[in-house]
Ligand binder design. Structure first.
Ligand code: NAP
Length: 462
């Protein structure tokens, strides 16, 4: 009776997770999607807590308290701009849990003499993917948090070495299945998994870390599926599969938005050139021309069409509320205001959508790159706020640029361009930007929040 109840609860949480993923695909329903997913997780956790295989609740309570104490500050206080490293950190914990469960189950099966072939496959797989996700995620966290050098660390024959080590891990896994009580192979799988995680992330530059984090998310999902098979737990299998598939799709989508092949992200050591002298000095010959806030405000106030292009700097400045106020003020003056959203603006997919939604910018004002690119030529002003790489014409024109081929917003087609940034800092990829020295462009230097606040004051008086 209890067992049936648990399975029914698992079925309803699985349905909630699928519906949540669907709702997360649209900005208008994303919030509901998160609530559904959280409720689904609550149902799954409560159902698991009544499982009769639980021998003692003491350690569960310790785990719940420790998880709550660590998770609450992570969720509440880590800023949006640090979200990729926070996610990497969480993946490391999730994968550590899967790995420890795998080790525990193997030891239990070893002593009880219950290691079947099926169970050993699941445990070996779980420990291998779990271990590489732990170290891979910690490496990604270190690079994103700048605790480790962001530039790729490469050595001769690296890809062959890494793939060979991976292959040895797989051979050990096969061997363990043939001989489940040979613990040396189990330990080897664990050690090789930990080493592969480190080696896999070493040659990948900081600029590609969000793709790696999402791929590690996929690996953590695969480890969860294996845990589900090992523990005979259906919800872990379903959730792991959803996690594995969505992480993989997201990695592919990010690579596509940067016009990079998946293999190039994983094996291309992108960022080595970006940090190098040729890349940083290439292009951008000419002087940047500044503009005062009052002149910029006049240009905006008397424009007919303005396209606002938000980027990572908007998130750093936390200027989303000010930008909404500016858009409202311009609209009151009958200016047509739209926001152009590049798929990889910011530091994670949907970063700009989340930021602007938080400030209450209506969804129908947000336009994806493919929907707005044609409209730049009609815009009197393109107002670039803390965006750099996603508006860099070098992605189209400079074959030697590390971002060559990445689709960009057609900002340079607008009649005039005003760029808000603090100084001459480069974008995430570390390359110069010709847009800033174009005769059409004026630079309004300063922190985006302060600059937009000034623009609002001046527009009110215009
Ligand atoms: P970006 O290229 O990183 O440039 C951000 C700009 O914001 C900088 O040039 C900086 O210049 C300026 N800035 C920083 N703080 C500011 C502040 N307080 N006020 C005003 N300006 C400020 O940003 P992006 O154009 O959004 O491009 C995103 C990059 O991330 C791309 O290279 C993309 O490939 C990469 N990426 C994104 C994702 C994703 O999912 N979104 C995933 C992987 C990689 P100053 O220092 O001079 O102010």
């Amino acid at each position: 009776m209890i067992a049936t109840g648990i399975q029914l609860a698992y079925l309803s949480s699985a349905a909630l997770f699928v519906l949540a993923l669907r709702a997360l695909g649209q900005p208008t329903t994303a919030r509901r999607g998160m609530q559904m997913a959280a409720f689904g997780m609550l149902v799954a956790v409560c159902a698991t807590l009544v499982d009769q295989r639980i021998v003692s609740y003491e350690w569960l309570i310790v785990g719940l308290v420790a998880g709550g104490v660590i998770g609450y500050p992570l969720g509440m206080w880590v800023p949006m701009t640090a979200m990729p490293q926070r996610i990497a950190f969480s993946h490391a914990f999730g994968a550590l849990a899967a790995t420890l469960v795998g080790v525990g189950e193997y030891m239990h099966g070893f002593h009880e003499g219950t290691l079947t072939y099926g169970k050993t496959v699941a445990l070996g797989f779980e420990v291998f993917f779990g271990a590489l996700t732990v170290t891979g995620s910690l490496m990604a966290f270190g690079k994103l948090q700048e605790l480790l050098p962001g530039a790729p660390i490469t050595f001769r024959g690296q890809n062959v070495f890494n793939l060979s080590l991976f292959a040895i891990g797989v051979i050990c896994l096969v061997w363990l299945v043939v001989s489940p009580y040979d613990t040396a192979f189990f330990v080897a799988i664990l050690a090789i998994g930990l080493a592969v995680g480190v080696l896999m992330v070493l040659p990948i530059g900081g600029a590609d870390m969000p793709v790696v984090v999402s791929l590690l998310n996929s690996y953590a999902g695969l480890a969860a599926v294996a845990t589900g098979f090992a523990l005979d737990n259906n919800i872990l299998i379903v959730v792991g599969a959803l996690d594995g598939a969505s992480g993989f799709i997201l990695s592919m989508a990010m690579s596509k938005a940067m016009n990079r092949s998946f293999a190039n992200v994983l094996f291309g050591a992108f960022g080595a050139e970006a940090g190098g002298p040729e890349a940083t000095q290439a292009g951008a010959s000419g002087e940047m021309v500044g503009i005062d806030a009052d002149d910029a405000a006049l240009r905006l106030a008397f424009a007919r069409r303005v396209i606002i292009v938000p980027g990572y700097g908007l998130a750093v400045a936390q200027a989303q509320h000010q930008v909404r106020e500016l858009a409202d003020l311009l609209e009151k003056r009958d200016v047509d205001v739209r926001f152009a959203i590049h798929p990889v603006a910011g530091r994670m997919p949907g970063h700009m959508n989340v930021l602007l939604a938080e400030a209450g910018v209506s969804y129908d004002k947000l336009f994806d790159m493919e929907d707005i690119n044609e409209r730049f030529s009609d815009a009197d002003v393109a107002l670039v706020i803390g965006a750099n790489d996603v508006v860099n014409p070098a992605a189209r024109t400079n074959r030697s640029s590390p971002i060559y081929g990445m689709p960009i917003l057609n900002v340079q087609d607008a009649k005039s361009v005003i760029v808000l940034k603090r100084g001459r800092g480069k974008g995430f990829s570390g390359v110069e930007n010709d847009l800033f020295v174009s005769p059409k462009t004026n630079m309004l230097f300063g922190d985006a929040k302060q600059s937009i606040t000034q623009l609002c004051v001046e527009v009110k008086q215009a």
